[in-house]
Unconditional design. Structure first.
Lengths: 308, 351, 526
């Protein structure tokens, strides 16, 4: 039954393409639940992508690259935090600045250090077959025959949900995004919690970007994130600011990306641009369908001064 | 409550709109220099190339004016949107849609007299750009959709549309490259000075900000728009139709970006193909922010960024520094600007 | 009596914000088991002082002693550790979380491997039981599993108290706790507080209500303009003396008012109903009338439909059904601008959010509802000189203190900001005026001004709907009083023979209160 094989390939691709979105969106969910909106995810992902590539290329270790990418992105996240949390600057504008810096820096680093390199490919991250589970018909290979980063992403979402909903830390984060003054008078550090959430979000975006260069394309291409950072922002909204919701929405978008590629490859008689814009159209359509469901944290985007 | 408060006010305004942008630029250049040194580049060579790219020759100044044209146009429009409190991040897509309209008219209206065909093209550009922005505005007021996300999505959709058009219905007759034919020679915007590429569109780039400023500060429409930007609740209580202001503000913003696109096609490129914009839409945001969202200020910040782009190219040519450096500098300028402004706000409030 | 150090001693506390000295060398003492009132007007420095005690604000000078030991309090966390709890005027509760979650917020470590068990909330039910125990022990009657957003205001305040008790406080601060309670709920609260005090808890009550001070406190400290102007043992003083200390001059506790000469009804509201998205009836078949030259006071506890009533009249809120008629014209379906032009003006309950654009100049705020008409706009262009000239006349007429009409209105004091609103709304000689909480956050001088302005409008023939949660204000100004409860008018009394007890019962929705009130009024007449 070859259509099952086709479907399986499509679903496998779906999970793969969802992965960078999952990392980034789950991270941003934490940040927004704490009350800080970071539209600089695109820039952070680009930084993650180029750093992961550069480090993996020079060191030969992909995991070192991923780690470096996470740390690099986190540094920028903290800088973003300083501007928006400590100094209370407008979060949208600061995020726009972060995008520009990320775009420029990633291109700069790549061109400055790799323009003279001839063989730029790196060793791909192999897929790990989980015994027994990967034998399940149809879904087996889809979920259990992927590379390690995919597995991490799939586990990250439920774990993040658990922490957010069932621990004191999660409770604190949630309160800070809804009513920071209440959190402060209860003895919590609004600033500390927000920094933590933003740093975590940035770290995740870095990993998401890293995935694209070292586990997916196996090289770096300028501007390769292609709007995924912005799609992650939309995913947070449809996921209704929950990590599991972000996972499902990411899978949905991964599906549109995968579908687009598959249709192109199959020479379906539609201009390939229409397939290219499918994810972005899907974003707007989904937003329209889900409008009015506001689970948005009340204090989102509003700078907070402690001890006013 | 004395005249001390009044002079404190003026002082704060001057700081905010003149001194802080200058400081932000200096800070950005400083960090940029640090970065270049760490990457092993020669900072002196780099920045001297940057400088001569701007002030080196009259020709370079002309280039700066050329690059500034779309930036000023887009920036003025963004100033209008931001002053209304609606975040138009979609200038890139609106620019492209304007370019499409401009190219369309440019390809078909060559037989008409110039005083008719060129304004038609510009008008078409503004209409299509404005409409593209109005989509996001309508989604915001009708369904409450966050305009930051919708305008960004519309950017990518617009780029896709352009790609489709130049490889399909609007592709050149020879069907060889993904581009349109050249527009009618009569419709190409005239050059302003011999030997330089800067064209009549620059004149428009000086006029539009003035019109935008008049609109914002001397008309009741602008009054209502600014009221909504500061306090939509009170504006509503005052009888202002807040939703209408949002949609009109973002539409005007899109129209400005659309004109910029049409002007770029008519004045510089002469046809339509993919990637005619090296991120004008996003740089336009930086231009407006640097000008404290004042249309007249965008003339200066637009020229600055135009000069920066020219200088960066020279930097790449002579000092081998990737021109992506402009994006880094732009981002740093905005980051420092918004940081310094936030600090000033804190100090002023406690003072 | 043994020489035991007092539970709390504040010595020489000073704090300034910019050029304002909020606290100036303030000292005070509270003993264990004492209920101490901190009395003063708005802006006297009471909240600042308590915020310092709770670690939200750092003092410029002064010392704090708890049980004789000097302490420095850098944060609410520290204050809590030292046994100080605070119930804020504006609740510090996260609406989307449950009661139990709000109570335990911040009580356990967030991220600790040693206490991992603690920081992971596996068993929701156990936590709710723990919180429930505290609730039971103090007789506070709330459901620990309920979402705070679904609780009434009185219940939410009890949650705030539970928060403090759960942490084991021995000094409890309450900031204007009765602002949101009916007289009956206030009695309940005071009973609770007395039992706390009897068990050794020290209580500081911040208030500006004199009768409360007399009713509940053992001792009182009076603040004025940041300084302590008097310390009294409550049973050795009276309201008159306290009022004098609070204000600094001999105070007339009632306002001069001529007899009303009401004319024909000008504002008529019939069966007005407003239903929200969740089906709750915020206004429920409400009917009332206001005549020209009359002030109709709408009393009631905040949250019973006051906001919706005002917003429906001025056209911001579209009612579900019913009719609003002003000067013979229906207002339903008209835009706010049309309604304002028809002579129906509004003094909003939140001047900074609804009534002013803080970043705009004083002059621009004056023309906020007229800027697009001549003479302020001619041929499509604004006329700054006309606007400023108009502003100058209003500044003079309404005694607005500002160095220039072009200054952003944010720079003005609360009282002067309210005068800008008054100027704009009253200059057009409205036929109908909806005044919602017109003196909220204003000092005595500004309050007096507003009251005089309202009476002047009344005497000029305006029909005024005064919506206020300040019962004293309603009693002082109104010719007739109606009580709003759960979106309905539950009673009406004449303004000069009103009985606070009866009104309080009506505010709490007690049935039969209206007829009892009428009976009493009739009896008093005889």
């Amino acid at each position: 039954m070859e259509w099952i094989v086709g479907l399986q390939a499509l679903l496998q691709a779906t999970v793969r393409m969802a992965t960078p979105l999952t990392f980034t969106a789950v991270g941003e969910t934490y940040g927004e639940r704490a009350g800080v909106i970071n539209i600089g995810l695109e820039g952070l992902m680009l930084i993650g992508a180029v750093v992961a590539y550069a480090v993996a290329f020079t060191s030969g270790s992909i995991w070192l690259g991923v780690l470096a990418a996470a740390l690099a992105a986190m540094v920028f996240g903290v800088l973003f935090g300083i501007v928006t949390i400590t100094f209370g600057a407008n979060q949208i504008v600061a995020g726009a600045a972060l995008n520009l810096v990320g775009l420029g820096l990633s291109s700069f680093i790549y061109r400055a250090f790799f323009s003279n390199v001839t063989d730029r490919a790196i060793q791909p991250l192999g897929s790990v077959k989980i015994p027994l589970l990967s034998q399940i018909p149809v879904l087996g290979p889809v979920l259990f025959e992927q590379n390690l980063l995919v597995y991490i992403a799939l586990l990250l979402a439920p774990l993040a949900a658990l922490v957010l909903n069932r621990t004191m830390l999660g409770l604190a984060i949630r309160s800070v995004g809804e009513h920071p003054k209440a959190a402060e008078t209860a003895g919590l550090s609004v600033v500390g919690l927000r920094y933590g959430a933003v740093a975590f979000g940035a770290l995740m975006a870095g990993v998401g970007g890293a995935y694209l260069s070292v586990a997916y394309a196996n090289q770096f291409v300028e501007n390769m994130v292609a709007g995924r950072g912005f799609i992650a922002l939309a995913i947070v909204v449809f996921g209704r600011w929950s990590p599991m919701g972000a996972l499902w929405a990411s899978l949905l978008f991964g599906f549109t990306f995968a579908l687009q590629l598959r249709l192109q490859a199959a020479n379906v008689q539609i201009a390939y641009q229409f397939l290219q814009i499918l994810p972005y159209v899907a974003t707007i359509v989904a937003m329209i369908l889900l409008h009015g469901q506001s689970a948005q944290p009340k204090a989102l985007g509003v700078p907070y001064t402690e001890r006013a | 409550m004395t005249t001390a408060t009044l002079s404190r006010q003026t002082g704060a305004v001057l700081w905010r709109n003149v001194a802080l942008p200058i400081l932000a630029i200096l800070a950005a250049l400083l960090v940029g220099a640090l970065m270049l040194t760490l990457s092993g580049f020669n900072v002196a060579a780099a920045y001297s190339a940057l400088w001569s790219g701007v002030f080196g020759s009259v020709r370079n100044l002309g280039e700066a004016m050329l690059r500034a044209t779309p930036l000023i146009l887009i920036g003025s429009g963004i100033a209008i949107a931001f002053r209304c409190g609606i975040w138009n991040i979609g200038a890139e897509g609106q620019f492209y849609m304007g370019a499409v309209a401009g190219a369309l008219i440019g390809l078909t209206a060559g037989n008409l007299p110039v005083w008719l065909s060129i304004p038609m093209a510009l008008l078409a550009g503004s209409l299509l750009g404005g409409l593209w922005a109005a989509i996001a505005g309508w989604l915001k007021v009708r369904l409450g959709l966050n305009e930051v996300v919708t305008t960004i999505m519309l950017n990518y959709i617009a780029i896709g549309i352009v790609g489709y058009l130049v490889t399909g219905p609007m592709q050149e007759a020879s069907r060889y490259n993904p581009q349109t034919d050249e527009i009618a020679a009569s419709m190409v915007l005239p050059r302003l000075f011999p030997g330089m590429r800067v064209h009549a569109g620059f004149v428009l780039a000086l006029i539009l900000p003035v019109l935008a400023a008049i609109l914002l500060f001397r008309t009741p429409f602008g009054f209502a728009l600014r009221a909504v930007g500061f306090n939509p609740v009170a504006a509503r209580h005052a009888g202002i139709n807040v939703n209408r202001q949002y949609v009109l503000a973002i539409s005007l913003s899109g129209a400005a970006a659309g004109i910029a696109g049409a002007v770029e096609v008519l004045g510089v490129i002469g046809r339509l193909y993919e990637n005619i914009s090296p991120g004008y839409g996003f740089t336009g945001i930086a231009v407006s922010l640097l000008a404290a969202n004042h249309p007249l200020g965008t003339i200066f910040s637009g020229l600055l960024f135009g000069a920066l782009t020219t200088g960066a190219e020279l930097m790449q040519l002579t000092a081998k520094i990737p021109s992506a450096m402009t994006f880094i500098l732009q981002g740093l300028i905005i980051a420092f600007l918004v940081l310094f402004r936030a600090i000033q706000e804190r100090i002023w409030r406690q003072g | 009596m043994s020489e035991q150090a007092p539970r709390l001693r504040l010595a020489g506390i000073s704090k300034h914000f910019g050029s304002i000295q909020a606290n100036n060398d303030v000292s005070l003492e509270v003993a264990a088991g004492e209920i101490h009132c901190l009395l003063g007007e708005n802006g006297a420095g009471k909240s600042t002082l308590m915020n310092i005690l709770y670690g939200l604000v750092r003092p410029d000078a002064g010392k704090i002693f708890l049980d004789g030991r000097p302490v420095t309090i850098h944060s609410p966390h520290q204050a809590i550790e030292l046994g100080i709890g605070m119930v804020h005027q504006h609740f510090m509760l996260v609406p989307t979380l449950t009661v139990a979650e709000n109570v335990i917020l911040g009580t356990r470590s967030l991220l600790s491997l040693r206490r991992l068990r603690e920081s992971v909330l596996w068993d929701r039910r156990a936590i709710e039981r723990r919180v429930g125990d505290v609730v039971q022990r103090y007789g506070l009657k709330i459901n620990p599993g309920a979402r705070v957003a679904s609780l009434s205001v009185g219940e939410q305040q009890r949650v705030e108290i539970v928060k403090a008790l759960y942490r084991g406080v021995n000094l409890l601060i309450l900031d204007e706790p009765t602002a949101v309670l009916t007289p009956q709920e206030t009695t309940e609260l005071f009973k609770t507080l007395r039992s706390f005090a009897a068990s050794g808890l020290s209580i500081i009550l911040i208030t500006h209500k004199l009768h409360e001070v007399m009713e509940i406190s053992d001792r009182v400290t009076v603040l004025r303009d940041g300084k302590v102007v008097g310390r009294r043992t409550t049973c050795e003083t009276d309201m008159h003396e306290l009022a004098g200390l609070m204000v600094g001059r001999d105070v007339r506790l009632t306002v001069e008012k001529t007899l009303a000469r009401p004319g024909a009804p000008v504002l008529m509201i019939e069966n007005l109903t407003v239903v929200d998205d969740e089906g709750r009836r915020l206004l429920d078949n409400l009917s009332l009338q206001v005549a020209a030259g009359e002030i109709l006071g709408v009393a009631g506890v905040d949250g019973n439909g006051q906001r919706e009533l005002a917003l429906a009249i001025i056209g911001i809120l579209r009612p579900t059904s019913g009719e609003i008629i002003a000067n013979g014209q229906s207002l339903i379906g008209r835009t706010p601008r049309q309604i304002a032009d028809a002579g129906v003006r509004h003094i909003p309950e939140d001047r900074q959010q609804m009534g002013l654009i803080l970043e705009f100049s004083v002059a621009d705020n004056f023309v906020l509802k007229a800027f697009d008409r001549p003479p302020y706009t001619i041929h499509g262009l604004l006329q700054p000189s006309a606007i400023i000239a108009y502003a100058q006349t209003l500044i003079e007429r309404f005694d607005v203190r500002t160095p220039s009409p072009t200054l952003p209105v944010a720079n003005l004091s609360g009282g002067n900001q309210q005068k800008v609103v008054l100027g704009r709304e009253l200059d057009s000689r409205p036929r109908v005026l909806v005044a919602a909480q017109p003196t909220r956050g204003l000092d005595v001088g500004a309050t007096e001004y507003v009251h005089k302005a309202l009476l002047a409008q009344r005497d000029a023939g305006a029909a005024i709907l005064l919506i206020s949660t300040d019962l004293e204000e309603v009693l002082a100004l109104s010719d007739r009083i109606v009580v709003l409860y759960e979106g309905r008018i539950v009673g009406e009394v004449p303004g000069d023979r009103a009985n606070v007890q009866q009104i309080g019962l009506m505010m709490a929705g007690v049935q039969g209160a209206q007829s009892a009130a009428r009976q009493e009024a009739n009896m008093n007449e005889v």
